[in-house]
Design a protein around this ligand. Structure first.
Ligand SMILES: Nc1nc2c(c(=O)[nH]1)N[C@H]1C(S)=C(S)[C@@H](COP(=O)(O)O)O[C@H]1N2
Ligand SMILES: [Mo]
Length: 412
């Protein structure tokens, strides 16, 4: 048996402490009766009034969109505070209403089964101590982040830009777990599900799959820590899947079941939900017919200004720092550019330290505004040379929005 490194045993204690923290978490049902944190916010689209809530366990100051199952958005100002998104401010999204209120980490098991040589169940303790730990900084972004800005509007969670976050994930390679099971010839996909269920038995269980080669690429992780702490219950305690560069619909939370499949997965959540037009931007015209749809996959480049808000007054003729975050999607950020003249001229921003290709990248630019309104736009180009578009993509699911963002400030 492999002896655990001090780091791992340290980690293990943290995780086991996390179990206790998990049971301290107030029940969700009690949580939703609690009073608002104080304060409301107006997201910049019709129907965007949100209460700021403290009512959910391990969460603080999130924009309440729905209580059960919870949809909680990160207020955008949080992204100005640092490279990673604090766990208590990290957004939350669930599909099904029955989510465990507490999980006993000591009793928790992951079942690995299907087209493998040896089926087995894995305890949290084994996962933490028997596999090589890995760390990765990666953006978790909902496929429907920014859906509230779609025009024409589409149904679904009406998020502004806060259904995303960046965290340092610690866990093990999915490949290592699959290797221990021994994937048989003929395997085509690996399917994942967690502990959440629907209210009525007819509700399809939330299950997502990856192609076998993707599942074994050595990057996909089973994470047991987020920013050095156990995962908050609502972000998937005790373990979740991390699929770097892919939309978070694949990042299955409270992961309890891993099944190797010998045929493509045609379950509801793969075959019917989360489909996008089969082109690089997931784009189509509203009302267009004959469009071929495919399962959503990797993310697209995006960038945001984080230290200014639309309509803000700034000093004219004095140096102004504009800063923000960018990410490349499924690869790193090559460049971030800013325009203050509607897009005729762009200047390169200074990029902050590189924390890996799946992380947010901070950027900064100094400019001296002339008096009057200034429309600022920011554009990221990723390492593949793909830049954000000037015109928004559209699809009926409200997925993959990544248009160049714009805001107007008034210099006086
Ligand atoms: N078990 C489970 N995992 C899940 C989901 C879910 O409903 N159940 N939703 C997915 C979707 S669509 C998103 S956007 C992310 C949200 O992750 P977060 O709540 O940690 O931010 O979880 C993903 N993993
Ligand atoms: Mo999502």
């Amino acid at each position: 048996m492999k002896r655990a490194s001090p780091y791992v045993s340290d980690r293990r204690r943290t995780i086991l402490r996390g179990v206790a923290a998990g049971s301290l978490a107030s029940a969700l049902s009690a949580a939703v009766r609690a009073a608002p944190a104080g304060g409301f916010a107006d997201l910049p689209f019709a129907g965007g009034q949100r209460e700021l809530t403290d009512a959910f366990p391990q969460k603080h100051g999130l924009l309440l969109q729905r209580t059960r199952p919870p949809l909680l958005e990160t207020p955008f100002a949080v992204f100005d505070h640092g490279l990673t998104t604090p766990n208590d401010r990290f957004y939350v999204r669930w599909h099904l209403a029955n989510i465990p209120n507490q999980i006993d980490g000591a009793a928790f098991r992951i079942s690995v089964h299907g087209l493998v040589d040896h089926e087995f169940v894995l305890s949290l303790d084994e996962l933490v101590t028997k596999f090589t730990p890995v760390h990765l900084t990666a953006v978790n972004q909902c496929s429907g982040n920014s859906r509230g800005f779609f025009s024409p509007r589409v149904p679904g969670g009406q998020w502004a830009n806060g259904a995303m976050g960046n965290a340092v994930w610690t866990g093990v390679r999915l490949r290592d777990v699959l290797d221990r099971a021994g994937v048989k010839a003929g395997a085509v996909a690996v399917r994942f599900h967690g502990l959440d269920t629907g209210v009525i038995p007819a509700t399809p269980m939330f299950m997502k799959s990856l192609q076998i080669d993707h599942a074994r690429d050595g990057e996909v992780m089973i994470a047991y820590a987020m920013n050095g702490e156990p995962l908050p219950l609502l972000n998937g305690f005790p373990v979740r899947l991390i699929v770097p560069g892919w939309y978070s619909t694949y990042w299955v939370k409270m992961l309890s079941d891993i099944e190797v499949l010998g045929q493509p997965d045609d379950n509801y959540w793969m075959a019917k939900a989360y489909l996008v037009p089969d082109n690089p931007a997931g784009n189509m015209e509203p009302g267009q017919t004959g469009v071929r749809f495919v399962p959503i996959s990797h993310m697209l480049p995006r960038s945001f200004i984080t230290n200014l808000i639309d309509g803000q007054h700034v000093h004219a003729a004095a140096p102004l720092t504009v800063r923000g975050i960018a990410f490349g999607g499924n690869t790193g950020v090559r460049a971030v550019a800013v325009t203050q003249d509607g897009g005729s001229t762009w200047s390169g921003a200074r990029l902050g330290p590189d924390h890996g290709k799946y992380s947010f990248r901070q950027w900064e630019m100094r400019l001296t505004p002339r008096p009057g309104p200034i429309t600022l736009k920011v554009r990221a180009t990723n390492a593949d040379g793909l830049a954000q578009p000037a015109v928004a993509n559209w699809n009926p699911g409200g997925y993959m929005r990544n248009v160049i963002e714009s805001m107007t400030v008034l210099a006086t």
